[in-house]
Design a protein around this ligand. Structure first.
Ligand SMILES: Cc1ncc(COP(=O)(O)O)c(C=O)c1O
Length: 505
């Protein structure tokens, strides 16, 4: 499967003259297999996926098809079915992904000037909501995996302590599971917050496939069943539904139903796509069916088996992150960077992974993965393991010949960016910083200035700086050291990391 001589899409790389549609069609005919989002894995016609999308059924709110923003008919029935499946009081369809849901939930939960506690590793949609709503954020830092720097779960005791110190907290927003699949103890956290009458919003963008009372299919329990007040899910990430589709679950009365509904109406288009909504509806119906339940069980068993096999390997290492659910495969290879492994899988096996960092590869499995996809994955893992064992043996022999041990593998690029022990000083809230005049100055000269941008490393995706925070010496040294080590700082407008936007003095 050498990409150069056996290209799955003839002329795929030279499609300069063809449009996006042609390019997508060509790619759909290729033999690349998707271990990435969306969760339907391009399996048109299978299970919940109607093969007949899209032109003939692309309509607007005509007679008999209800209205998303005043649902009383077929859309309401679909949303009620979703609420029943997950066990929430009310479910809303989102055609704006989790992003629209996060914005709506935060707006419904807090008023301008209110204080909210949020995970420092939250997705940018949470940061955007805080900025747009004019909120004062306090941050909780999740634990970190010492090996990779990946953000782990939140400690409920940290949350209790912060809630005790800050009775002014209006709402809490946390991410669970994370991109890498780490699930926090939402049950305990909900109980702690509810004793103080604080609502909990959980960004469960990566967890629509988790289990619940009506979905007992092996994966850990999701946030609706754990007592969160609002739970936001991207169906497209982990389930067979089209990109941009999601659900927002209202689970209690701590956040006003009418307000959440009003903001869902504001943050979503007034012309929601019936194709997207049909894909949500089909996905939920499929999950409610015997066929769907079976597919979910097969998915769970298959990924568990794969993980068991991978555990036996010695050069390919499947990371067992504390608290992680099994569907995300975070893989390291001895003596190979994450990027090398990603390229090997892509070029040699035509396996498209979800993403890689310097040190690891992330593969997303799903309920619509086929036997062929798994065969390809097993082959790629086995051959890579064999190759690495063989390479190590040769290197050891060569070392012995030279009567000394040399380097046993290529140096791994350092991938971990340590978070500061304390959160940077918040001089002004993000909304205030957003209104200020900015200037771009050399990073090296930015000590004690107020940042106008986000600056973070992935992993862990925890911003070192948020707009409105002071760039203190410690953080500046950290950023400059990361740049020196070739660890690209993300979030800055200036991509090479030499300049930063700060509030004009
Ligand atoms: C944790 C988290 N929350 C929210 C989102 C936004 O989801 P969507 O792309 O469905 O809008 C993402 C997207 O990657 C995410 O990773």
């Amino acid at each position: 499967m050498d990409k150069a001589k056996d290209s799955p899409v003839t002329g795929y790389e030279s499609h300069e003259k063809s449009g996006l549609y042609d390019r997508l069609i060509a790619y759909s005919h290729s033999d690349y297999v998707p271990f990435h989002m969306p969760g339907h894995k391009r399996q048109a016609g299978r299970g919940s996926l109607p093969a007949a999308l899209p032109w003939g059924i692309d309509i607007t709110e005509i007679e008999g098809f209800d209205n998303l923003h005043h649902a009383e008919g077929i859309l309401k029935e679909g949303m009620d079915r979703a609420a029943l499946l997950y066990g929430s009081r009310r479910a809303f369809f989102s055609v704006g992904g989790s992003t629209a849901g996060v914005l709506s939930a935060v707006f419904a939960a807090a008023f301008p000037g209110d204080t909210v506690l949020m995970g420092r590793n939250c997705h940018k949609s949470v940061y955007h909501a805080v900025l747009l709503r004019g909120l004062k954020p306090l941050y909780i830092y999740p634990r970190r995996d010492p090996d990779t720097g990946i953000a782990l779960c939140y400690d409920p005791m940290d949350i209790r302590e912060i809630a005790d110190r800050h009775p002014e907290i209006r709402a809490v927003i946390l991410t669970s599971p994370t991109y890498e699949g780490v699930v926090s103890d939402i049950g305990t956290i909900s109980a702690i917050l509810h004793r103080r009458n604080i609502p909990l919003i959980v960004d469960e963008a990566h967890g629509a496939h988790l289990s619940g009372k009506n979905r007992p299919w092996g994966f850990p329990c999701g946030a609706v069943a754990q007592g969160a007040d609002v739970v936001i899910q991207s169906l497209h990430k982990t389930l067979p539904s089209l990109t941009q589709t999601g659900l927002v679950h209202l689970c209690s009365r701590r956040i006003e139903e009418d307000e959440l509904s009003r903001y869902m109406g504001m943050f979503q288009t007034s012309s929601p796509s019936y194709i997207l909504m049909a894909s949500i509806d089909s996905c939920i119906r499929f999950l409610c069916s015997d066929e769907g339940t079976l597919a979910m069980q097969v998915f769970y068993d298959r990924v568990k088996n794969l993980r068991e096999v991978l555990k036996k390997y010695t050069r390919i290492r499947l990371l067992e992150l504390s608290g992680a659910e099994p569907s995300k495969l975070v893989v390291k290879a001895e003596g190979m960077s994450g990027r090398e492994l990603y390229e090997l899988f892509l070029d040699k096996y035509h396996i498209q992974a979800e993403m890689c960092t310097d040190s690891y590869l992330l593969l997303m499995t799903g309920m619509f993965d086929t036997d062929e996809m798994y065969d390809r994955l097993y082959l790629a893992f086995q051959e890579t393991e064999d190759y690495l064992c063989c390479r190590e043996r040769k290197e050891n022999d060569a070392d012995r010949e030279m009567n000394g041990r040399g380097n046993t593998g290529s140096e791994q690029a350092p991938s971990v960016c340590d978070c500061p022990a304390v959160c940077p000083h918040q001089v002004m809230i993000p909304a205030e910083a957003d209104k200020m005049e900015m200037e771009e100055i050399p990073l090296a000269q930015s000590a004690h200035r107020i940042s106008g941008e986000y600056a973070y490393q992935y992993p862990p995706g925890i911003p070192l700086l948020v707009p409105g925070e002071e760039i203190d010496e410690e953080i500046l040294q950290k950023l400059m050291e990361d740049e020196r080590r070739g660890l690209h700082i993300q979030g800055l407008k200036n991509h090479d990391g030499s300049y930063i936007r700060v509030v004009r003095q």
